[in-house]
Design a binder for this molecule. Structure first.
Ligand SMILES: Cc1cc2nc3c(=O)[nH]c(=O)nc-3n(C[C@H](O)[C@H](O)[C@H](O)COP(=O)(O)OP(=O)(O)OC[C@H]3O[C@@H](n4cnc5c(N)ncnc54)[C@H](O)[C@@H]3O)c2cc1C
Length: 401
């Protein structure tokens, strides 16, 4: 078993660590504690820097101008890029550095040659933004139950329906919209993905939905929205398959991001415990504080190992079907971060809940991660089903030859 991170990946890690320390953190001083983006000038400078470093669109394929970095490298990147106030949700990678650590959304790799020029490449070059529109008022976890319909009329499709909680739906130049094209087949070949430009008549960004994080998702409404047939992404009926194809990597990046948040929270707690004195002694000399630090360190280590080992398997295509392992990673990591941030706040006392530190923000934002990319309940269901029905070994390393 080899747990050594390659020189190449260490370079990515240390370059991004430096970027966060030297180029992102100093720009955050003086910014509103709930800001979701840097001022345009700073963003532009950062993008230039990232380009110079050759780290733009790291996860996109080399032939399209990306970095071609695999899952483990992207996870290390997502972890490093989480370590600042605005870093606790993955899309800040986009906001800061361009679609940076593999942010050219995986589904867009289904673009045909013509669509690639209009959608995928402009996203990789930061000229366009996209959003992923699947969830609806009556279909979240139960994605197969979506009702947005698409009916073929000549060389067009007519879309009708409503999408809810769409991240980036307000800023996107186009949306990847999932709609039912065959009511009988639904998830078994009856759902199709459409590329819908924001200026298409009948496409409306109805409102932003205030949520626990300062970056609000949008509600999108489609009313007799006419979409050209050439805007079908992939094949008609391939929508559900497309979602499944990219879930794994997305969930890994999500999990790596919370490892970064937890790492930084623990660091803040340790630093504070070493300097803060009560009753003439540093907090770090008290067993109550030491135990909180120990518990967080163990949980963080476990989450990190889960992320790294599963990312390595995914990248090297070993271990067969990794769906259940990805569920374990996502479940454990996204629940772990809440406990670690909570303890870090406790170690800081009153300071922990002020906006002078990022902890109160990190107490709120990662909460969404137990809901997005599959809820904790659904991941528990996937894991327990596999174990109870006997098609998943208790020791996943038995699957690795
Ligand atoms: C801030 C934010 C951003 C988002 N961004 C996007 C986006 O960009 N694009 C997009 O398409 N969607 C997005 N979503 C939607 C997100 O994916 C859904 O909220 C999520 O899938 C859960 O669906 P739901 O909210 O309808 O909850 P429901 O499906 O109604 O579930 C409610 C509760 O019941 C549980 N539950 C449901 N079914 C079962 C079951 N069979 N057994 C046991 N428990 C069950 C769930 O785990 C949950 O605890 C976003 C959501 C939020 C909050």
């Amino acid at each position: 078993m080899d747990f050594v991170i390659s020189e190449e990946l260490r370079m990515i890690q240390s370059t991004l660590r430096k970027l966060v320390d030297q180029d992102i953190r100093p720009r955050l001083a003086g910014l509103d504690p709930d800001a979701i983006e840097l001022p345009e000038k700073d963003k532009q400078q950062l993008r230039e820097k990232v380009k110079k470093l050759g780290m733009q669109a790291m996860g996109a394929p080399l032939e399209y101008g990306g970095g071609g970095v695999g899952t483990l490298g992207l996870c290390l990147a997502a972890e490093e890029l989480a370590k600042h106030r605005l870093g606790s949700y993955r899309p800040t990678l986009g906001a800061f550095c361009g679609h940076f650590a593999g942010e050219a959304p995986g589904n867009l790799l289904f673009c045909n040659a013509e669509q690639r020029e209009r959608y995928l490449l402009p996203v990789i070059r930061l000229e366009k933004e996209s959003c992923f529109a699947l969830t609806e008022p009556d279909a979240g976890t139960d994605t197969a139950n979506i009702r947005t319909s698409a009916v073929r009329e000549g060389d067009h499709w007519i879309l009708n329906g409503e999408k809810r909680f769409i991240t980036g739906g307000d800023a996107a130049d186009f949306a990847m919209v999932f709609a039912v094209t065959d009511k009988k087949l639904k998830a078994k070949g009856g759902i199709t993905c459409f590329l819908v430009d924001k200026e298409t008549p009948g496409f409306k960004m109805a409102r932003l939905i205030p949520v626990i994080r300062p970056w609000y998702p949008a509600e999108l409404v489609f009313t007799d929205c006419v979409v050209p047939a050439e805007n079908v992404l992939g094949e008609v009926g391939q929508g559900f398959e497309m979602i499944q194809a990219w879930l794994g990597q997305n969930r890994m990046l999500y999990s790596a991001n919370v490892v970064g948040t937890a790492d930084e929270s623990l660091k803040l707690a340790v630093d504070y415990a070493n300097v803060r004195q009560t009753f003439g002694q540093p907090l770090s000399s008290r067993q109550a504080i030491q135990w909180m630090i120990a518990d967080s360190a163990v949980e963080l280590y476990a989450a990190r190992l889960l992320v790294y080992s599963c990312a390595w398997k995914m990248e090297n295509k070993v271990g067969g079907d990794l769906r259940m392992e990805v569920s374990m990673v996502k479940l454990f990591a996204t629940e772990m971060v809440g406990r670690v941030v909570d303890r870090a706040i406790q170690v800081h006392g009153g300071m922990g809940v002020t906006k002078e530190l990022p902890l109160e923000r990190w107490y709120r934002e990662p909460r969404i991660k137990r809901i997005g990319e599959g809820t904790s309940e659904i991941h528990r269901q996937v894991i327990s089903r596999g174990i109870i029905r006997g098609f998943y070994p208790y020791n996943p390393f038995e699957k690795v030859s």
